[in-house]
Design a binder for this molecule. Structure first.
Ligand SMILES: *[C@@H]1O[C@H](CO)[C@@H](O)[C@H](O)[C@H]1NC(C)=O
Ligand SMILES: *[C@@H]1O[C@H](CO)[C@@H](O)[C@H](O)[C@H]1NC(C)=O
Ligand SMILES: *[C@@H]1O[C@H](CO)[C@@H](O)[C@H](O)[C@H]1NC(C)=O
Ligand SMILES: *[C@@H]1O[C@H](CO)[C@@H](O)[C@H](O)[C@H]1NC(C)=O
Ligand SMILES: *[C@@H]1O[C@H](CO)[C@@H](O)[C@H](O)[C@H]1NC(C)=O
Length: 339
């Protein structure tokens, strides 16, 4: 994720996420921290309180090393949970549309597969209709997030296809894949189940795969992790894709409420936005998503943002689930100073 998006998302999470600033250890811990640093440095550097800050170079070097180590440890102890939350928050995948490794092949309407970099928005993929569970054709409408080269840690889910060939899907761990609640013994429509984050899948977990016009379940044979460069979050009208043969969502686990996430994404999945080759997209979040996040995090108070979430929800219902990017953005702009 680029610096700017990371900062915006971090701010978003600080403002609206699970990190409660008021609940953090406050200034009352400062004297304890100073005294811990001093005593640790004195003990470790073999110096007195008075000589701790001398120019004597061995003491100064020791002091510097000890201070960095001690401050680091204190920060970890004091803010560890919060740091972990913030680190998780700025992982692009926790708050933005889901991510497939850059070389992931998606099934096209004619049954062949290709990486997104060989495609253009408007190209027709094979998708699953979540309402009736049938496999249908659906267009790539736009890209939610593009990172052509960013180094990213992915999860690899291995399975064996009907030709006994090993297959592997490379996705970020929070990416939603379809988890069926029962095994299918024959080809059929999508069985009962849910889209859940990839990290829930282990060896033996059932997956739904699609090959040779047959939708069926199979079991994960192995799971491991890999670092690769680049990822893509395509949007499709059905919010589903067939990636490396596996039925997957275009979404991932998010700190945002599912209702708001659906509203936010709705203009991006309703219609094809352009005919831009995917390799020509610039790195980063979709500009509309970035804009809404920027308004929420830099222009609105938490109260105004909460008001805006309600307002956009009401307007979305009133308009039968059809709002443009501009209309949604406007609700957030209008919330400024409204209370
Ligand atoms: C070291 O000096 C500081 C400042 O004078 C004092 O507050 C602190 O108690 C001293 N610490 C020890 C361990 O003597
Ligand atoms: C602080 O936490 C980070 C991240 O978990 C870790 O890499 C580092 O070693 C820790 N430092 C200390 C001094 O405990
Ligand atoms: C399927 O469609 C793609 C994109 O239109 C095309 O490049 C490919 O050659 C087609 N494959 C087959 C087997 O027809
Ligand atoms: C999905 O299935 C439902 C129920 O059969 C149908 O009404 C709807 O038109 C289908 N959607 C698409 C895009 O084919
Ligand atoms: C699916 O089949 C596998 C292997 O036969 C079994 O271990 C697993 O429990 C089954 N899962 C369900 C949900 O029935």
């Amino acid at each position: 994720m680029t610096g700017r998006a990371a900062v915006v998302l971090m701010l978003l999470l600080v403002a609206f996420g699970p990190c409660n600033v008021a609940a953090l250890p406050g200034s009352s811990t400062t004297p304890d921290i100073v005294s811990t640093i001093t005593t640790t440095a004195m003990a470790s550097c073999g110096c007195t309180n008075a000589s701790l800050f001398t120019e004597n170079s061995p003491v100064a070097a020791c002091r510097k090393a000890i201070l960095i180590e001690t401050i680091d440890r204190l920060i970890n102890e004091t803010f560890g949970d919060r740091l972990a939350q913030l680190e998780a928050a700025v992982q692009p995948t926790t708050t933005t549309p889901t991510c497939f490794a850059a070389d992931t092949r998606f099934m096209l309407a004619n049954g062949s597969s290709a990486p997104l970099t060989a495609m253009t928005t408007g190209d027709i993929l094979k998708c699953v209709n979540n309402t009736d569970g049938t496999v249908i054709d659906c267009p790539i409408t736009t890209m939610g997030h593009v990172e052509h080269t960013l180094e990213t840690t992915f999860m690899r889910l291995h399975y064996v296809d009907s030709q006994n060939q090993p297959q592997v899907l490379v996705v970020t761990p929070d990416h939603f894949l379809f988890a069926p609640t029962k095994n299918m013994t024959e080809c059929g429509n999508l069985p009962n189940g849910d889209y859940i984050a990839a990290y829930n899948f282990g060896v033996g977990s059932p997956l739904v795969v699609y090959e040779n016009d047959c939708l069926r379940t199979t079991l994960v044979t192995a799971v491991d992790h890999v670092v690769q460069n680049g990822f893509y979050s395509p949007a499709t009208t059905t919010t589903t894709v067939v990636a490396e043969g596996v039925v997957a969502s275009i979404y991932s686990e998010s700190e945002l409420s599912p209702d708001f996430y659906d509203i936010l994404m709705s203009p991006l999945i309703r219609e094809v936005e352009s005919n831009l080759p995917i390799k020509d997209y610039e790195n980063g979040l979709h500009p509309y998503i970035l804009k809404v996040f920027e308004i929420i995090t830099t222009e609105l108070t938490p109260e105004e943002a909460a008001y805006a979430y309600d307002a956009v929800d009401q307007e979305f219902r009133a308009k039968n689930g059809v709002m443009t990017k501009e209309e949604i953005t406007q609700v957030f702009l209008d919330a400024k100073g409204s209370l």
